[in-house]
Design a protein around this ligand. Sequence first.
Ligand code: ALL
Length: 337
Amino acid sequence: MIGSERIIKLIPVKNKLLMLIWFAMLIVPVTGCNPPKGGQPAGGKNQVAAPARPVIALVMKSLANEFFKTMEDGAKAHQALNSDEYQLLANGIKDEQDVSRQIDLVEQMIARRVSAIVIAPADSKALVPVCKKALDAGIAVVNIDNRLDAVVKQDQGVSIPFVGPDNRKGAALAGEYLARRLNPGDKVAIIEGAPNAFNAVQRKHGFEDAASGRGLKVAVSQSANWEMDKANQVVSAVITEHPDLKGILCANDNMALGAVAALRSAGKDKSVLVAGFDNISAVQALIKEGRILCTVDQHADLLAVHGIEYALRMIKSREQPTDQETRVDLITIENLK
Ligand code: ALL
């Protein structure tokens, strides 16, 4: 009989090496592997991991604005009803103008490798490059509320679906309602939103359409950056300069509240008509009291929900849905009775 020592000596050196590698491969899975962090519990040889739910990041603007609080509540209620389908990360900024903070938020969502980002951009141009970065990282992006700039998107070679209202149409609804209560030649002021937001520009055009349709004179059109305090200051100055002003068309409700405060201080809150946009609860109360004439409901609670549903479709089918126009409704004392 040939002993085992003798057999090993007979095997060529090259084959010995191959045997060693083969033997090591057998051993490593038993001795060398740590269970993956957060992985399946031990003993689950035949268990199949449940497919991870996609994470959808909702990136909003100022959560101090009731409009975005309503949007957030709507999104959270939808997630609670569909919790087996997706997880939600709702984010916002503190200040309407803090564009760089919003860009940082998107960067953070990219770093967290979320499945989709649903964004209401604070600036229609400045947010495009970071949205492109998200797309390049394989993240689905849906634009809600305020449309990203078409030219910048084209320059960057990106296509991002938009879900939101026709803001020019919405503003014209409020403008026409106010204009019907005035006479041709009467003076009105437009208080604009942030000039770097496409929806603010569209609302200004919608108010102008309504004013020219009725022959009103737009005495001044000035931005108050969506903010109540700023609108208070701007309107105080405007009514001093134009004491015969008959109406103020505000691009959002927070600014309408600021306008009413300025009119009240000047003792003019009964003689100058004010229109807003958003249908927040504080404005509904003032419409009932007759201190604000009307506002526009763009259904903040549903805006993010539509965007999330788009994102889920994009994740599941990799389809690129087309833009979707959402509802705008004029709100007057008649609707609030
Ligand atoms: C816009 C919304 C609102 C809002 C504003 C303030 O994008 O559509 O009308 O009040 O943001 O940030």
